[in-house]
Design a protein around this ligand. Structure first.
Ligand SMILES: C[S@@+](CC[C@H](N)C(=O)[O-])C[C@H]1O[C@@H](n2cnc3c(N)ncnc32)[C@H](O)[C@@H]1O
Ligand code: SF4
Ligand code: SF4
Length: 353
């Protein structure tokens, strides 16, 4: 194996694998603060089809600060990575700052994706003051024409300004770690190289990911024997009403795993529904779960690290992260999530960190 290539976050399992250990608490919790969004990106599996009958029912809901507090109180000792959103724009929760403050007051690490439209001077100052850990701006395009196709707007300069504002407000503070992302699809794939080249000169990290559409990730082919999906052992996706989705791809919560406001995090995480889903995966019976049958994310939990041109490039089948080595320090341990420490690879490559 190439010395520059390191595996791996997961251990390959045969199709009829033994039960996999389930940690006492999930390592990553997606706490959806709001169901609304101020964009309607055509690619979005929730907001993209504006005439989807499920959407009307889904919209106009927010998680209350009290309900979130109950979940945080139960979780805080386990210190999972918190992500305050799923298929929505987290900054649209009217109590966004209170929600984030109560996460940070409990010593939790918080990371979010945002479309950037609500990042004004006040919000940027808040994110710096509260020591928000990681903010990824979804920019997705290099030209207004492409932005129109992937995000439904043309004002690329607004997104650039939002990124710059957070960068300047952060100044010499280490946090938040600031990234920019691109979800690859036919409309923007040709801009990938220019996007990475442009943004790696500005922000700490650039993420390029494949699009999920029609029940699968169209940009890669899963290879090797199928294994139980890591998401079921690492991640708890909580909707605004406390109902838990199977995974983040279950955007409309069609597979309800229980309710954390009623049964607590532990009650759902170790409850009968999620346990049954894990068993089906361990027995290789993913075809009994329609959403899992066609999904190929299970193959995307292994990663390789490559050091090149001042970047630590971390690749899975679904994502590539271009991490600037000179800004690697704010990629602190609690932000590694389900991935591992990059420092070993950097030391092997002779980079001081
Ligand atoms: C669903 S959004 C939620 C947060 C925020 N509204 C935003 O756009 O960043 C999180 C990320 O998912 C990406 N995304 C949207 N639709 C997708 C799809 N069909 N497949 C994969 N990623 C998608 C977005 O580009 C964004 O980077
Ligand atoms: S901004 Fe995010 S949540 Fe909103 S429509 Fe676009 S991808 Fe979906
Ligand atoms: S296989 Fe896909 S749909 Fe099933 S739990 Fe994993 S990510 Fe979700």
């Amino acid at each position: 194996m190439n010395e520059q290539v390191e595996s791996i976050a997961t251990t390959a399992q045969p199709a009829e694998a033994a039960p996999m250990p389930v940690p006492e608490f999930p390592k990553r919790v997606l706490l959806d603060l709001v169901t609304d969004c101020n964009l309607k990106c055509p690619m979005c599996i929730v907001h993209g089809e504006t005439d989807d009958p499920r959407l009307k029912e889904f919209l106009k809901k927010s998680m209350t600060v009290e309900n979130a507090k109950q979940v945080l109180d139960e979780l805080m000792a386990a210190k999972p990575l918190m992500m305050p959103g799923m298929w929505s724009e987290p900054t649209m929760n009217p109590n966004f700052k209170t929600h984030i403050t109560q996460m940070k007051e409990r010593g939790l690490t918080v990371a979010m994706n945002t479309n950037g439209l609500k990042i004004n001077a006040d919000m940027a100052q808040f994110l710096v003051d509260v020591k928000f850990d990681s903010v990824f701006f979804s920019v997705d395009a290099m030209t207004p024409e492409t932005l129109q196709k992937v995000r439904g707007i043309t004002k690329l300069e607004l997104l650039h300004k939002a990124v710059e504002l957070l960068m300047t407000t952060r100044g010499n503070n280490p946090l938040p770690r600031i990234g920019v992302s691109m979800t690859l699809q036919p409309a923007n794939r040709h801009e990938r190289e220019a996007f990475v080249e442009f943004w790696t000169k500005k922000v700490d990290v650039v993420r390029v990911g494949e699009i999920y559409e029609h029940g699968k990730f169209s940009g890669f082919n899963a290879t090797g024997s199928r294994v139980p999906c890591q998401s079921l052992y690492t991640t708890l996706p909580v909707n605004t009403n406390g109902n838990v989705s199977l995974c983040c791809l279950d955007g409309f919560n069609e597979y309800n795993m229980g309710n954390v406001f009623k049964d607590g995090v532990k009650g759902v995480w170790h409850g009968p529904k999620l346990t049954a889903m894990r068993k089906l995966h361990e027995r290789g019976q993913w075809d009994k779960i329609p959403i899992c049958k066609t999904c190929d994310r299970w193959s995307s939990y292994q990663y390789e690290d490559i050091v090149e041109e001042g970047l630590l490039v971390r690749r899975t089948a679904e994502y590539t992260y271009y991490n600037r080595i000179d800004r690697i320090k704010n990629w602190h341990e609690n932000l590694h999530g389900t991935h591992g420490d990059p420092h070993k690879k950097l030391q092997e490559a002779g980079c001081c960190t």
